[in-house]
Design a protein around this ligand. Sequence first.
Ligand code: ATP
Ligand code: MG
Length: 347
Amino acid sequence: MTNGVSVELNDLTRVYGSVKALDGLTLHIEPGELVALLGPSGCGKTTALRILAGLDEATSGSVSVDGRDLTNVPANKRDMGMVFQAYSLFPHLTVVDNVAFGLKMRGKDKGQRVSRADEMLELVGLTAHRNKYASELSGGQQQRVALARALAIRPRVLLLDEPLSALDAKVRVQLRDEIRRVQLEVGTTTLFVTHDQEEALAVADRVGVMSQGKLEQLAAPAELYANPATPFVAEFVGLNNKVRAEVSDGQVKLLGASVPALPGSVTAGAGLAMVRPESVTVSADPAGTASVTSVAFLGPISRVYCTLADGTVVSAQMASSAARVFGPGERVTVGVEPTGVLVVAAA
Ligand SMILES: Nc1ncnc2c1ncn2[C@@H]1O[C@H](COP(=O)(O)OP(=O)(O)OP(=O)(O)O)[C@@H](O)[C@H]1O
Ligand SMILES: [Mg+2]
């Protein structure tokens, strides 16, 4: 079911004194779509979200929803539901009253408020907690109430600004999946702001990677991961190995292999290939020119760090069962899986 509307941010700039928080941000979101805005601290994510909500004004550019320009529409008339990083519930109200709060502001009668709030609590799985005070809930439960409250008003657009960042790792993953399930169920067009790449790739239809107030790339998660358009995007989605490479005729020679060059790569000559740790292979080889530097155990997977003959350090990611055979100082040969790589000019 989709009852979403389209959202357009058109060439937004926002200047604070000498800081350009947004510098020509253009982003179009399809009806019912969930777009994650991903980028490092200070790149302008919250600023973009606040301008869309009407809580801040752009220096130039425009915002429209369902084809209608919102420049002169105040925040309380924009019909947007918001969830923030910090818990923003009223601690002295019960869970059900928190969820019903926006409906009261909109003049709904008590019966309507309670039935809608209960419907939303069921959606987020908190019916059993309806009569508790917000202050009696865990962080994850509070954020689910905040989500139910944001959706209770049947918003045209749902805005989430790092809603999971105050939670511990396990709850984060659970609630992230929960948010996506609920969003698909209600079909509300959603902008989800995060600086966590895994989170963005996991929940979104498309991910917009931002840097310094601009969009670097907007693409589906798998596309972004396989074909990062710029070195910034490549690094941000975890392609953090830089290995010397030679490009000719669309092929890249690196680590003794030849693989396709991704679009955007240098077209000929020497460069640095950006290779994700999952694509690096390591094999024990007494005659190898590389050596293992260290092994980091991460549960089911491990990272094996190797130093190449030229001094470059490369990290390889593999199942911990496979990594177990490697120890520091061991001679190895480092190779690469036959997937495309982005090659940037050597600095
Ligand atoms: N009200 C303000 N006054 C002055 N500068 C501001 C204001 N709000 C944001 N900025 C600046 O604008 C830039 C973008 O800020 P913004 O909060 O949008 O970043 P962000 O991507 O959300 O970062 P984070 O991941 O840390 O939340 C930053 O340099 C910030 O210091
Ligand atoms: Mg922010």
